[in-house]
Design a protein around this ligand. Structure first.
Ligand SMILES: Cc1cc2nc3c(=O)[nH]c(=O)nc-3n(C[C@H](O)[C@H](O)[C@H](O)COP(=O)(O)OP(=O)(O)OC[C@H]3O[C@@H](n4cnc5c(N)ncnc54)[C@H](O)[C@@H]3O)c2cc1C
Length: 287
């Protein structure tokens, strides 16, 4: 099928894009890499009057190390996120996650902001943002605001951006020395969205865990943290951790979806194994 007719706008500045969004609101949609939006338009599952193309706005494509964060513009391509040395050194969980996203052709067009705004529950970047307690910066005609991942991801394919807002950038905290990270996922074929996956971060000081984050994807309607377990892990000797047991505990309270790809109980079993493997890898890296 072909998309329904629409007006095409290609602003060359953020101010012009925001002005257009302010004028057209719910009658408009922004285009980033088009890897999800274009197929949805072609199937006429999404119809609107104005398409605002963000691809000619250089202000949205950047990677900056600012104080304790790495800040990444929404239009930064996934291929750059996966290869940027500043990101690799300071936010290696993002680098690790990128290898699992589709294929290189998709990563060459797909953007960090598009992936987050699209909010696919099985996508890697939303879980990384959740695990690292990233801050999402939104901008609209009434100004800008910053929200946590918990506030940003509202459910499957739904984020908190209002019709007149766009995601400008995301700040990822740098965990610093003594940290280890790992993304693990299971997909039926390389490049497919994950049946289940997990993003893990561990920081160890003097052999003791002082920070832990476990965020699952493909296991709920949005990325989900194992927060109670993370608190229990803090203060434990890293070398004494029983990874399999921690993996089992991490999924114990989840009610994963039951669909054609996997039953809920299979997803829980896969999630436990992945969490165990990710924790073991992260601890090894951290110590
Ligand atoms: C075959 C295939 C396999 C894939 N596999 C994976 C995978 O394994 N893992 C994975 O995570 N992803 C996967 N993807 C998705 C892809 O990597 C992109 O992340 C995703 O398509 C969205 O990014 P995009 O830049 O293309 O956004 P677009 O498709 O342009 O936009 C997606 C949505 O986000 C909105 N949007 C985009 N940018 C902004 C912004 N700055 N502010 C507000 N709203 C915005 C758009 O309006 C639209 O609603 C796959 C895609 C394909 C086609």
């Amino acid at each position: 099928m072909k998309p329904a007719p629409f007006d095409y706008l290609a602003p060359t500045s953020l101010a012009d894009a925001v002005e257009a969004l302010g004028s057209y609101g719910a009658d408009a949609k922004v285009l980033a890499g088009g890897q999800s939006l274009v197929p949805v338009m072609a199937m006429r599952m999404s119809r609107f009057d104005h398409l605002i193309d963000l691809n000619r706005i250089p202000e949205l494509d950047f990677v900056r190390h600012e104080a304790a964060d790495v800040v990444i513009g929404a239009m930064t391509r996934e291929s750059r996120v996966g290869s940027d040395p500043t990101i690799a050194e300071n936010v290696p969980l993002l680098t690790d996650a990128t290898q699992y996203i589709g294929h290189f052709q998709i990563r060459n067009r797909g953007t960090l902001g598009g992936s987050l705004a699209h909010a696919d529950p099985a996508a890697e970047y939303p879980a990384v943002a959740m695990a690292l307690d990233a801050t999402m910066h939104l901008v609209g005609p009434d100004g800008s605001r910053s929200v946590s991942p918990e506030e940003f991801f509202l459910g499957p394919m739904t984020c908190c951006a209002e019709d007149e807002e766009l995601l400008h950038s995301v700040s990822f905290p740098v965990w610093g020395p003594g940290s280890g990270f790992s993304v693990q996922e299971f997909a039926r074929r390389a490049g497919d969205f994950a049946t289940a996956g997990v993003a893990v971060g561990i920081r160890v000081a003097d052999g003791v865990v002082d920070k832990a984050a476990i965020a699952f994807f493909g296991m709920a309607s949005a990325p989900v943290r194992a927060r109670e377990l993370e608190i229990e892990l803090v203060g434990q000797k890293a070398m004494d951790l029983d990874f399999q047991e921690v993996g089992n505990q991490a999924v114990a309270h989840l009610q994963p979806p039951d669909d054609i790809h996997a039953s809920s109980s299979l997803r829980r079993q896969i999630g436990a194994q992945l969490a165990s493997r990710a924790l073991s890898t992260a601890v090894k890296e951290a110590t």
